[in-house]
Design a protein around this ligand. Structure first.
Ligand code: ZN
Length: 277
């Protein structure tokens, strides 16, 4: 019997569904976990989203994503921090335990990646206080280094763990197989994080060839050793949630979302079961 109690679908996997369609669509297939995207939530309304989630008996894995912190002027940084405070409030309102922090890449006119990482670190120290107040974690998701230019200067699980060490309560890591599978330290850094520091865990697959920056594969279609990675999570005692998150301009985003969800359940089921104790 398939137990989907740990399984959620990240809404970006089915972007042709709006907020209510995604909630009803996942629930219709027996998936009661969802990672909510901010644009869909804002379009539908935060209160309406909360209501609808509750009436469909859904739990929320995360709210995606933060406002980027790749700004150089203090005024712009203050604005980005304010927006992230509001998003933390929104996350609390819809019952999301974490806000996915995508911190932004380098500024093209700046080119100072170390300086950018320092600014991000400072901003996170400010934000973590608000995160604690509202009971939502900053979900630090390292992105594959190919995104360092335009999306995130936080690029390895070690960097995310280092930040969590200094931020303390209110910060967590979000490992994603797409971003971390290549990293020789992946297993060791999962062990270092331990089960309590992992806010949620992202599944998809790495396609060969990868055709563009939004070309992630369905679980099983690429070169990531998902069974092995799941065994590492079991070994550290991780009992938290899993999210399927697929950006796929050329394939999955073009399909009927009902088909995507049906295949997602088939493919993910073996890797989202309760841990054998
Ligand atoms: Zn992810």
């Amino acid at each position: 019997m398939t137990d989907l109690s740990r399984f959620s679908i990240n809404q970006i996997t089915t972007p042709s569904w709006n907020m209510p369609q995604a909630i009803d669509g996942y629930a219709r297939h027996g998936v009661h976990g969802i990672a909510v995207w901010r644009n869909f939530m804002e379009e539908y309304g935060v209160a309406a989203t909360r209501q609808h989630l509750r009436s469909a008996d859904m739990w929320v894995a995360s709210l995606c994503t933060s406002e980027w912190l790749n700004v150089t002027s203090p005024e712009e940084m203050a604005g980005a921090i304010d927006t992230n405070r509001r998003l933390l409030d929104n996350a609390a309102e819809i019952g999301a335990p974490c806000l996915m922090m995508v911190v932004g890449g380098v500024q093209p006119n700046d080119k100072d990646i170390a300086g950018q990482r320092a600014r991000v670190r400072e901003a996170l120290h400010v934000l973590v206080r608000h995160a604690r107040q509202v009971g939502v974690k900053l979900g630090l998701e390292p992105l594959h280094p190919m995104y360092a230019g335009d999306r995130s200067v936080l690029n390895t699980l070690k960097m995310a763990n280092d930040l969590c060490d200094e931020l303390g309560e209110g910060a967590a890591v979000v490992p994603d197989v797409y971003h971390c599978w290549w990293d020789p330290d992946f297993e060791a850094q999962l062990r270092r994080a331990g089960p309590d520091r992992i806010a949620t865990f992202h599944y998809c697959d790495w396609l060969v060839p990868t055709r563009n920056l939004r070309d992630r594969g369905m679980v099983g279609d690429g070169v990531v050793d998902i069974p092995r990675i799941r065994s590492w999570l079991d070994a550290i005692g991780y009992d938290g949630c899993f999210e399927l998150e697929i950006f796929s301009e050329l394939d999955w985003w073009k399909r009927d979302p009902d088909e995507t969800v049906r295949i997602a359940i088939e493919r993910c089921a073996p890797y989202v079961q309760p841990r054998k104790k």
